[in-house]
Each structure stands twice: as structure tokens, then as C-alpha cells.
Design a protein around this ligand. Structure first.
Ligand code: IPM
Ligand code: MG
Length: 354
């Protein structure tokens, strides 16, 4: 099990350290894991002058899975666009062909009060957002800024999806729906955008192979509204890159804290990049305050999706549940009456619960 570890920027190194402690428990018990560290994002720019340097590329291509902390920080905001940390993230997704991004939004019963929505609206919430990650307006060509024929400056991007891209992500989503509640909602803007009208057409065609899955379609604006109005109507959602970017942030907040949510980005061979859904939180970096749970849960997704080890994945998830039930909370999920812990203390508790 060759695992590339990219700690990244901001709170990245702190949360990765705790996730590695959890994996070390399994390693000490005999799981054949090997960790290889490499930089990504701002950290990589500082060392190699590029957010996804060749050094990192080689290690990640060679690994079975990649564990990532987070990238980005204010000190990099004025770099040329191609050198910014976020470009490192887009580059590694494209380079490794990580087209399927799974973003679960699960509400832990202990944290029902952390959501800004009423407990009855969110209790029991368990949504899986399947976001296409290597296409759409994020990568479509042409793109750029130019002066048009009227002499005015303009910015432009291209929204485009090839049939094969839609088919493969639809298959991933239907397969996941089959393992869950057999309900899939495909999100589009087919009333306005041809790209997503085409998306819808292909999803309907793929659906013929999954007669047991109940498929419905929703415009993205309505989906954004329904997520707030009645989020429990959703089981699995599948959508393109940009809609998925937006809806997954929205869905994460239903659960109270983005500090709890893991994610997996998979290619066609089950190689995956696993990372928390949150960012690098520069404001609390280096203070041992961050919530490592999303990163710890990302290691569980790694064991489940890349290494097919459901038992080990469930063990980590249960350890997290136990620690929450015992009242341990980092600052982002703290409530009166609970035990406030630091990032590393949360790691201590999870390791002990393992
Ligand atoms: C995400 C992030 C990235 C994205 C940024 C940092 C490039 O928002 O993973 O959702 O837009 O995909
Ligand atoms: Mg995002």
C-alpha cells in the first residue's frame, strides 16, 4: 500500500499528522503501508517554484493512493495564476485522471445543534455528492482574457462535456446509488445550457442499465434551494464540476462543520486522492486548533475505495463516532458542556478509541 502524503499549506501539516497517527495504528498491526512525503501547492512553490512539481508528480503517479491536507494561503494570492496553489490541486486531479469526486455530507447525531438549520430538517442527513472533477468549465478550452472586436476587454471560459466523460461519472454515481438508497438526482441547467442538456440526455441513457435506481433531474438553482428546504429528500446527487463545487460546499454546511467532511477523488483504476473537504484555514494554522476529523475520515475513505478494506474503514469511522459521543470537540464544533480539545488531543482520543 504505497501512499503519497502531501501535507500542503496552512493547517495541512497539523491535520495530516493526526491522520497518519491513525494509519500508524493499522501499520503497527501489520497492514503493509508505506508513506512517501511530497509537497503540493504553496509549499511546493516555495521549494520547487511550481505548485505541482515533477518531484511530486512522480511520487503521486507511482503511489496507490494520495493523502492530501490542504493547499493555499494569502501569501500566494498575488502569484501568477498558473503558479497559485489551487492550480497545483487542479493539475494533480487532471494528471492522475481523478474524474470522480465523492463528497459525503453526513450529520453526526451528536452535532445536530452545530447546523444552522433546525435539527428536524437535518437529523439523519446522509447525502453523497458525486461531482465530476476533470472536465466542464474548469478545464474547457478556449479560456482566457482578451480584447474583443469592439475594443473592450472580456474574460471567457468554455463549458464542455464529452459523452465519455458524462457516461463514466454517471456509472460511478449509479453504482454508488445501488449500494445506498437506490435514489439518484442528476443536477443540470438543461433549460439554459446545452452542455448540461446533453449531460441529462446521457444520464438518462446510462439509467437503462440500472432499472432499480430511481432517477430524477433537478435544475441547479432548484437543487440549491431544495438542499436548504428539505435536504433529506436526497440520497446520491451527481453533477458537473462547477455545480458540484458549489453544491458540495452548501451541503457540507448542513452538517454544521466543514471540518467533519472527507472526500475522495477517484480515477478509473480506483487510485484515489483523499482529502478533507475544507481548505487550509490560514487564520488558525500552526496553532494546534484545527479539527483533524475530516482528514482522519479521508483515510477511512481511502481504505474503503482504494484498498477495499471495509473493516478498517469502519473501524476508523467508529472511533470518530465514539470520540464525539464522549464529548470531545475541537473549537469549530464546540458547544457548552463539551470537552474542548486541540487538534493533537483529538488525534490522541481517536487513536485511543481505535
Ligand atoms: C474544491 C475547491 C477547489 C475547486 C479550488 C481550491 C480549486 O474549491 O476542491 O472544491 O474549485 O475545485
Ligand atoms: Mg470548492
Amino acid at each position: 500500500m504505497k501512499i503519497a502524503v502531501l501535507a500542503g499549506d496552512g493547517i495541512g501539516p497539523e491535520i495530516i499528522a493526526q491522520a497518519l497517527r491513525v494509519l500508524e495504528v493499522l501499520k503497527e498491526e501489520g497492514m503493509p503501508m508505506q508513506f512517501v512525503h511530497a509537497p503540493l501547492g504553496g509549499q511546493a512553490y516555495d521549494q520547487y517554484g511550481h505548485p505541482y512539481p515533477e518531484f511530486t508528480q512522480k511520487i503521486c503517479r507511482d503511489a496507490d493512493a494520495v493523502l492530501l491536507g490542504a493547499v493555499g494561503g494569502p501569501q500566494y494570492d498575488n502569484l501568477d495564476r498558473p503558479l497559485r496553489p489551487e492550480r497545483g490541486l487542479l493539475a494533480i486531479r487532471k494528471d492522475l485522471g481523478l474524474f470522480a469526486n465523492l463528497r459525503p455530507a453526513v450529520l453526526y447525531p451528536e452535532l445536530a445543534n452545530a447546523s444552522t438549520l433546525k435539527p428536524e430538517v437535518v437529523s439523519g442527513l446522509d447525502i453523497m455528492i458525486v461531482r465530476e472533477l476533470t472536465g466542464d468549465v474548469y478545464f474547457g478550452q478556449p479560456r482566457g482574457m482578451r480584447t474583443n472586436e469592439h475594443g473592450e476587454r472580456e474574460g471567457f471560459n468554455t463549458m464542455v462535456y464529452a459523452e465519455s466523460e458524462v457516461r463514466r461519472i454517471a456509472h460511478v454515481a449509479f453504482d454508488i446509488a445501488m449500494k445506498r438508497g437506490k435514489k439518484l438526482c442528476s443536477v443540470d441547467k438543461a433549460n439554459v445550457l446545452e452542455t448540461t442538456e446533453f449531460w441529462k440526455e446521457i444520464v438518462i441513457d446510462v439509467a437503462k442499465e440500472y432499472p432499480e435506481v430511481e432517477l430524477n433531474h433537478m435544475y441547479v438553482d432548484n437543487a440549491a434551494m431544495q438542499l436548504i428546504r428539505n435536504p433529506k429528500q436526497f440520497d446520491v446527487m451527481v453533477t458537473g464540476n462547477i455545480f458540484g463545487d458549489i453544491l458540495s460546499d452548501e451541503a457540507s454546511m448542513l452538517t454544521g462543520s466543514i471540518g467533519m467532511l472527507a472526500s475522495a477523488s477517484l480515477n478509473e483504476t480506483k487510485k484515489g486522492l483523499y482529502e478533507p473537504s475544507h481548505g487550509s484555514a490560514p487564520d488558525i494554522a500552526g496553532k494546534n486548533l484545527a479539527n483533524p476529523i475530516a482528514t482522519v475520515l479521508s483515510t477511512a475513505m481511502m481504505l474503503r475505495y482504494t484498498f477495499d478494506n471495509e473493516a478498517a474503514a469502519a473501524r476508523i469511522e467508529n472511533a470518530v463516532k465514539k470520540v464525539l459521543a464522549a464529548g470531545y470537540r475541537t473549537g469549530d464544533i464546540f458547544e457548552a458542556g463539551m470537552r474542548r480539545v486541540s487538534c493533537s488531543e483529538m488525534g490522541d482520543q481517536i487513536v485511543a478509541a481505535m
